[in-house]
Ligand binder design. Sequence first.
Ligand code: BV8
Ligand code: ZN
Length: 258
Amino acid sequence: MDPEGALSPDVVQARSVLAAARRIAVLSGAGISAESGVPTFRDAGGLWEGRSPESLATPGAFAREPAEVWRFYRRRIEALAGVAPNAGHRALAELERRCERFWLLTQNVDGLHATAGSRNVVELHGTLSTLRCVHCGRRSSARETLAGLPDDRLPTCGACGGLLRPDVVWYGELLPDHALAVAAEAISRCQVMLVVGTSGVVQPAASFAASARAAGARIVEVNPERTPISPLARPSLRGTAATLLPLLVGSGAPAAEP
Ligand code: BV8
Ligand code: ZN
């Protein structure tokens, strides 16, 4: 049986939309890393279940209770040592290789897209791989800086002794100018925006799909759940990233008939 015979009409439709596009933007969220074992933020059992994000991921929380915020981030940074990209990350790296223009706008801070081989990755919300000095701005490797640091000590800058913070964008903080500039280019130039594994809650990333659609792009969504972005997508596919993305990208030519 040909591979498409086993696929739903929506998957076949999404596959052909992606195959026909030369300029593709992807917006990814925590869901694409779920099958790599990285907890999401708002799913049951997620990172923030039972705690409001604002109680941890804000400059105010860090100023008031740096030890509590560091406990939250240190656990996440150390957990990243044991995770690897999944088939969903790898499918996006393959898709990029086939495109004339490709933008990967990720809200994730786990670095898994780059590890999977994606090249044009924009980390909208920063990264857990580096720390930043609140005093002099110097960046350092998160893993090296935290290695061997006693749990009850806060990391300090090797250059000026200032307090170090995670190199992520907190609520109430602006996204990096470069990230916003590349996102604006992707939104205005892409023919298709593929939205994968995001609850569509956090602004301004949550509005990227509507803006791209208004600029004439086709939206395709991959998510086990319906989201505020689903009504904009044609199709909105119910399923997981590691299962659906390899089918949508159809890596390589179909297997030759036996
Ligand atoms: C800003 C920090 C200017 C690092 C994060 C309007 C315009 C601008 C700002 C705002 C606005 N309205 C409100 C604001 C303020 C705020 C905001 O959006 N608040 C929300 C809660 C309403 N935005 C900001 O503050 C931003 N700054 O715009 O500055 C400004 C400021 C104030 C006021 C006006 C203007 C900064 C936002 C960045 C915040 N930092 N992270 C860290 O700790 O990690 S956000 C955090 O949420 C993560 O970065 C995460 O990536 C992001 C989004 O979450 P998702 O990725 O979508 O993950 P989630 O768990 O929610 O969902 C997972 C999804 O995956 C689900 O749909 C699930 O079904 C699906 N899934 C599960 N398994 C799978 C799967 N999908 C596929 N496969 C699977 N296997
Ligand atoms: Zn410093």
